[in-house]
Design a protein around this ligand. Sequence first.
Ligand code: AKG
Length: 317
Amino acid sequence: MYAQRKREPQGERASSEGDVGRLRLSAEQEEFFQTNGYLPIQQIATPEEVRELRAKIEDLFERRVGEKEGAQEDFLAGEKNGVKKTAPQIMNPVNYLPELHRTQCFKNAQAIARQILGENARCICDLAIVKQAYVGTGTPWHQDEAFRDPKLEYHEMNVWVALQDANVGNGCLRYLPGSHRNEVLRHGPPNNDPTSQALQCVGAFDEGTAVTCELPAGGCAVHHSRMLHSAGPNVSAGSRLAYVMVFGVPPTPAKQAREFPWLAQRDTAAQARRRQWLMRGGVFVAAWRKLRRGGFTTWNGVRESVGRSIRNLRSHS
Ligand SMILES: O=C(O)CCC(=O)C(=O)O
């Protein structure tokens, strides 16, 4: 059993009248985040917005949007070991629903990110994860930075929005307070299956100090990109849906040389489908979508990104 989280500071809530982008953390909340590496916030989206987001994102899952381009795939199960696919994830659902970044929820998340990371923080990517009723798989312990380029250090945080109440029964997040001060620990493929999209921390850490982070619908948990976190399985009668936004400021060169060998081992079906899609012209669609969501500040950035994608594709073919 994990402990219930300790008492967290309460801050402002989004009002249902549309107090857009005005959410501000109290000094106590900021300090809680800096000390513990995570922060639960009781309300970031209004009940109307939660209903709307849930309906629209569920529709994307039902229509299997993005599957052909490798953007929708089970979050944990790979092709080996017969792990059932019970937790699909969509990378960058904003590509299919541009309005996701025009919501009060997004504007509040961005305001929080700018308060914590600085005024130049922007949304790097977003994702939606659904864990099916009764069977939705748990999320292994991991640090988000373990997925990124080891040559760079990232200054990023996730805003994980609960689109229904999130509790121990349906697989709310669990954190190891203070673990964001660690370096990136050793990771590997869960279930020893490199075709899985997920990573599992296999370095030394003490799970005994973990806390659970229950949230009401429309609440969110903010966490640092080095925070060790996981989630239990969904054993409840309803599906558990989360919308996650990742915010960051530009990465800086890593202070020490580091290697993440687990990244080269990963070989997922979604990556293969994405490569095929990019080669068939998706590279231009991907650049256009990134431009539309404000991911480039200059035309040079667009050119460099397309060039980099083409070079990556060539090195894989
Ligand atoms: O929703 C989950 O179970 C995992 C989410 C997660 O790992 C994240 O947002 O970093």
